[in-house]
Design a protein around this ligand. Structure first.
Ligand SMILES: [Zn+2]
Ligand SMILES: [Zn+2]
Length: 227
C-alpha cells in the first residue's frame, strides 16, 4: 500500500518533496517493525537525505529520520553481535559515529548505542569511553534508567550494562540484589547475564575551564571510531 502511495507521490511531487519523504519514512517504520532491517535502513537513508536537502540539518523531520536510522544501525549492530560478526558491528559503529559528528544534538542518545555495541563485542575500554563521554554531556547522568527499580542512572547510582540484552542496565543496588537472587521478576530476564560495571568511570569536566579541552577530545574520539 505504501509502495503504491510512494510511486504516486514521487510522480506528483518529485522524490524530495516532504510528502514523498514522509511516505518513505513510514515505509522505513513498516520494514523496521517487520524486522526487515536492510530495507528499513535504505528507506531511512533516503528519507534523511531528502529531509536534509528540503529542510536542513536541524529540522525536526530531519532529526526524526536520523533517529530512526540510528535505531536501525543499533539493531544491525545487535544482530551482527549475536552472530559474533565483530567486523560488521564495527562497520555500524562507524555509521553511528558519523551521525554523531554530523548531528551533535543526537550525541546523548547515540553514545548509548555506541557504548552498547562495544559491550556486545567485548571491547570494554571503548565502551567505557563512550559512556563516559555520554556522562560528560549530561551533568553526570546517563541518558538511561535502571531496569530493576527505574531510577535515573548517574555517577552516584553507578551503571551496570548487560552484555547480553539489547537494552538493559541496572543500578548498583539492583545489581547486588540480582547477584543474590533477590530482584524478583523485573530483571529476571538478566538472570545469569554478565554486566559491564561502569562504576568510577567519568571524564572530568569542570565547565569553566575544561569545555574547550573536552570538546576537542570528544571530536577526536569520534573521528577515531568513525575512521
Ligand atoms: Zn535499580
Ligand atoms: Zn540481560
Amino acid at each position: 500500500m505504501y509502495q503504491r502511495a510512494l510511486q504516486g507521490k514521487e510522480k506528483a511531487w518529485g522524490p524530495d518533496h516532504t510528502s514523498t519523504l514522509s511516505i518513505i519514512n513510514n515505509l522505513g517504520n513498516l520494514y523496521a517493525n517487520q524486522g526487515k532491517l536492510v530495507k528499513a535502513e535504505q528507506m531511512y537513508q533516503r528519507a534523511l537525505r531528502g529531509y536534509e536537502n528540503a529542510c536542513g540539518l536541524e529540522h525536526a523531520l530531519t532529526l526524526d529520520a536520523m533517529y530512526n536510522l540510528g535505531k536501525v544501525f543499533k539493531q544491525r549492530c545487535y544482530a551482527a553481535a549475536k552472530l559474533s560478526a565483530s567486523i560488521a558491528v564495527l562497520a555500524y559503529v562507524k555509521y553511528l559515529a558519523g551521525l554523531c559528528i554530523k548531528f551533535p544534538s543526537a550525541r546523548l542518545a547515540l553514545f548509548d548505542d555506541v557504548g552498547r555495541a562495544f559491550v556486545w563485542i567485548g571491547d570494554d575500554a571503548k565502551s567505557a569511553a563512550a559512556f563516559a563521554h555520554q556522562l560528560a554531556l549530561n551533568s553526570s547522568a546517563y541518558n538511561a534508567y535502571c531496569n530493576g527499580c527505574g531510577t535515573n542512572l548517574t555517577v552516584n547510582t553507578s551503571r551496570l550494562v548487560c552484555r547480553v540484552c539489547e537494552d538493559s542496565d541496572l543500578c548498583r543496588s539492583c545489581f547486588d540484589k540480582l547477584e543474590s537472587n533477590g530482584l524478583g521478576d523485573v530483571s529476571s530476564s538478566c538472570q545469569g547475564h554478565k554486566f559491564l560495571d561502569l562504576g568510577g568511570v567519568s571524564i572530568g569536566r569542570s565547565p569553566s575551564t575544561d569545555d574547550a579541552i573536552y570538546r576537542v577530545s570528544v571530536e577526536e574520539w569520534l573521528k577515531d571510531i568513525a575512521l
